[in-house]
Ligand binder design. Structure first.
Ligand code: PGA
Length: 249
């Protein structure tokens, strides 16, 4: 199975940069080694969709409302994203958990709303440095997964991807080791097995995110136990991102 590599632009790209980025990316992405999802900011999604039309590059959103429709000023619904050709959405990113105080309860509702509207959810989980230092990594991941995925039907898990993103590794230059990620992926599959089924636990894709760069990506993304990556900072550099997605094995 091909690796899945997701780019998270966060709140960085300007519209004029989006144009150059996507023209170059679409013309040079081979699609042989990896499936790619790029998540621009909301306002750049229609343009990004236009520029990737007819290519294998998929567009994701960085966030979605837990509500379907109505008086929710500033929110964007799953149905709107779907109408713009968005196929994936990041939910539970640590930026949102920490800076926007998103709870597991809210994340659970967002996942259910997104799935109901036909979006695939990339659900981010991961521990803080304090959790890691007190050896609570696995309990934290377990609790997040159990609360975030509570009440989902087993067949809905086919549209869920888990990204293990230790908070201490995001944007810090400190990546987790291959062993750290493989162990976290095992725990994630165990939680899915206990709460859903053996099939779901086997089939779910588990990605790693946190300071992936051109030097460290190879062992991380080429591990058999890791199904792909979620890349923030480096994905803004089109040449570096192309190099990774075209050469991962
Ligand atoms: P980073 O971000 O690659 O810049 O560490 C990863 C993420 O936030 O998903």
């Amino acid at each position: 199975m091909k690796k899945l590599i997701v780019a998270n632009f966060k709140m960085n790209e300007q519209p004029n940069e989006v144009k150059q980025y996507f023209i170059k990316f679409v013309s040079q992405f081979t699609g042989v080694r990896a499936d790619v999802v790029i998540c621009p900011t909301f306002v750049n999604i229609p343009f990004a969709r236009f520029l990737t039309d007819g290519s294998v590059v998929k567009i994701g959103a960085q966030n979605v409302s837990d509500e379907e429709q109505g008086a929710f000023t500033g929110e964007v619904s799953a149905k709107m994203l779907k109408a713009y050709g968005v196929e994936y959405v990041l939910i539970g990113h640590s930026d949102r958990r920490i800076k926007f105080k998103e709870s597991d309860k809210l994340i659970n509702k967002k996942i259910k709303t997104a799935l109901k509207n036909g979006l695939k959810c990339i659900v981010c989980v991961g521990e803080s440095l304090a959790d890691r230092n007190t050896e609570q990594t696995y309990e934290v991941i377990r609790k997040q997964l159990e609360e975030d995925l509570r009440g989902l039907y087993e067949n809905e898990l086919e549209s869920v991807i888990i990204a293990y993103e230790p908070i201490w590794a995001i944007g810090t230059g400190n990546n987790a080791s291959v062993k750290d990620v493989e162990n976290a992926a095992k725990v994630i599959r165990k939680v899915i097995l206990e709460n859903f089924s053996e099939k779901a636990s086997r089939d779910i894709q588990v990605l790693y995110g946190g300071s992936i760069n051109e030097k460290n990506y190879s062992p991380l993304l080429n591990s058999a136990g890791i199904d792909g990556g979620l890349i923030g900072g480096l994905s803004l550099n089109v040449n570096a991102f192309l190099n990774i997605v075209n050469s991962v094995k």
